[in-house]
Design a protein around this ligand. Sequence first.
Ligand SMILES: NC(=O)c1ccc[n+]([C@@H]2O[C@H](COP(=O)([O-])OP(=O)(O)OC[C@H]3O[C@@H](n4cnc5c(N)ncnc54)[C@H](O)[C@@H]3O)[C@@H](O)[C@H]2O)c1
Length: 334
Amino acid sequence: MDYKYKVVITDVYDNVSEIENRILGSVGASVVAGHCKDTTDIIDKAHDADALLVGDLPITKEVFDKLTKLKVVARYGVGFDNVDVRSATAAGVQVAITPEVMTTNVAEHTLALMLTIVRKIPMADNLVKEGKWSDPSKWAGPIPTIHGKTVGIIGLGRIGRAVVDLLRCFGVEIIGYDPYLSPETTHKLGFRIVPQIEPLLTESDFVTMHLPLTDQTRHMIGERELGLLKKTAFVVNCARGAIVDPKALYTALFQGRIAGAAMDVFENEPIDPTDPLLTLKNFIATPHMAFYSDDVHEKFRTEAAKEVARVLSGLRPTNLVNPEVLTQRTRCQL
Ligand SMILES: NC(=O)c1ccc[n+]([C@@H]2O[C@H](COP(=O)([O-])OP(=O)(O)OC[C@H]3O[C@@H](n4cnc5c(N)ncnc54)[C@H](O)[C@@H]3O)[C@@H](O)[C@H]2O)c1
């Protein structure tokens, strides 16, 4: 069969499924699994691609320069900090995402990390398995609860608000910080929104992040911000690792300037197994898995394939992150 278009799935673990074959086959596209290890591999294996379906690998200016037939990049999920959107726009390439589908999973994982770190579950699990059953008041130090505490939420988009919904039954006070909310939205949320981040940091017992990684938010939680937290505070990050300065976090945890931290995301992934953070008892880590469940995996692959099919059919994707590309000649019009 002659195909009009070629679509490459870039990520190393992903194979082509019935989902991509069905959706993209219907618009005359063949789908290939690139199993790419890095950006160079993408340029090599997808040099003649019309579209990319991408996960976490960096999609750089070089990719947009070298892949001259490329028309659309669909990123699984909502964060697109690994895609050089400016270069995509300059090259006339549309960039689409699949928001919504992962929201509940990430919100649940955030709650799971909060409960795990505050209830010292990994430590307790290890001790029981080592045969060291004992009175918890003797081995664990103080074990706080979430109930009755103040939770600071940085970023009140889809996931931040889903976390708020889950927290409602915990009897907590919520403080939010999101400078991009409209006054109407702020009013409707019905909890305290602070115009500056500082009161959230000084008053919260838990601080959780649900904002994108951008030039402005890189290391926005650094030494100064961690220094404002209570000594008993916990930090949870299911957004992007680089929002928190890892060196400052290590120092704050090591010196006991905060009580603990739980992270699903890291500045460099996978995290180096010799990273000093991983030696700390008051730090717990999961491997960027908050978004994942089998049903959601199927949904975001379906949504991403549909976005590519729309662009290859001459339609606008539903979740286009660089709409300014449409005011110039896109590669679909060349
Ligand atoms: N760990 C995972 O598996 C996983 C999965 C999905 C998403 N994420 C991350 O979660 C982030 C949030 O996802 P979402 O669906 O809620 O996105 P969203 O776009 O719906 O919400 C992001 C919110 O952050 C706010 N924001 C932007 N800059 C800010 C700043 N400087 N300070 C405070 N708030 C700011 C925005 O105004 C917006 O309300 C994504 O950008 C992504 O990086 C992680």
